[in-house]
Design a protein. Structure first.
Length: 345
């Protein structure tokens, strides 16, 4: 059976670790629900491994417990019974071209462009062994290091490193999963292998803040409610981890193959150590909370409240097909956010 095969696979890995008797690198602390055994060898696998059969050569989907290959769908994961840690893989490689002219990076064939993120382009890639499709964010180290906002103490490269650190620690059904980080030192590129969400962003807004689709309150009220619950669950999870998104908007909520919402693009997110108050403004103007606009930098603001305001703007836009506050200039937009009441059609 699949369960017995998984059990044999675990035993083989444990035996291999004992035979090598090699000191393993320090593992991250395990979730409370999955305590590790102190008296047994620890098995470290990549986040691309199936949490049931422990193989990484089969296609599948990201599930609540982790990645599952299609053959193991429906079989419960028993990773909490073993000393197994799934980590984001990191490595170095150079982009190449095979005999057919197809470009690749490490074990991934580069495919079509999917769009652009905060700091780079995004392409579809396919893992050569498993056939699994991923999204790959491609970043230029040199360009990011040169990019710095006036008065800022950190470059955009620093923000990307912060985004990677944040995403490594996130594992939730409503957060986009990061699987691997590949650095091409020769080309100065960084490749982030992430969960592929073929549904795209949750709702399209044009440059004027108007919906490119029919308002969901009219056409898809039940779906709108489902999305709202999913986004809230994702926000609760990251807030409990001490992470605050700071740029929540429809563009940064993606839909996977099962129409499940996934929080994405943590480029300006902040991870806190105890305090949940910030004194630096980040985000997209139309989704900014009033306290970010008011001159209260010395006082700081509650990060959770800022995310919740942006959630409200996001749901309003999806429900009614336009942003609650729209203007031709930033000054007028800020005035509306501070003084105007949203209109509910």
């Amino acid at each position: 059976s699949r369960a017995e095969a998984a059990e044999r696979r675990v035993e083989e890995l444990e035996a291999a670790l004992e035979a090598k008797a090699v000191e393993k690198p320090k593992e991250p602390s395990a979730p409370v629900s999955q305590p590790l055994k102190d008296d047994a060898p620890k098995i470290i696998l990549t986040a691309r491994h199936c949490v049931v059969c422990l193989r990484d050569d089969r296609p599948g989907q990201q599930r609540k417990s982790g990645f599952k290959c299609f053959e193991c769908m429906g079989t419960p994961s028993r990773i909490h019974q073993r000393n197994i840690v799934f980590e984001v893989a990191e490595g170095k490689a150079s982009k190449g071209v095979d005999d057919s002219g197809k470009k690749h990076i490490d074990a991934y064939d580069l495919g079509d462009a999917l769009g652009k993120g905060s700091y780079g382009k995004v392409k579809q890639v396919t893992h050569r062994v498993s056939g699994q499709v991923y999204a790959c964010k491609i970043l230029s180290r040199k360009a990011l290091q040169k990019m710095k906002k006036p008065g800022a103490t950190e470059s955009e490269y620093d923000k990307v490193m912060s985004e990677i650190a944040i995403m490594k620690d996130l594992q939730h059904p409503h957060v986009v999963k990061l699987y691997e980080v590949i650095e091409d030192e020769e080309a100065g590129k960084i490749f982030l292998i992430m969960e592929y969400c073929p549904g795209g962003c949750i709702y399209d807004l044009d440059e004027h803040g108007l919906g490119a689709q029919e308002p969901m309150l009219v056409a898809k009220e039940a779906t709108l409610k489902k999305y709202l619950v999913s986004i809230v669950h994702g926000l609760i999870y990251i807030h409990e981890k001490g992470v605050y998104h700071r740029d929540l908007k429809p563009d940064n909520v993606l839909l996977d193959v099962n129409d499940h919402c996934k929080l994405a693009d943590f480029g300006v997110s902040l991870i806190t150590q105890g305090s949940s108050v910030a004194i630096k403004c980040e985000g997209t103007p139309a989704f900014m909370a009033p306290e970010l606009i008011q001159d209260k930098v010395d006082q700081g603001w509650e990060l959770a409240a800022v995310d919740l305001w942006a959630l409200g703007v996001t749901i309003y836009a999806m429900a009614f097909g336009n942003l609650p506050f729209m203007a031709n200039g930033l000054e007028e937009l800020n005035r509306q956010i501070l003084e105007a009441e949203p209109v509910y059609p």
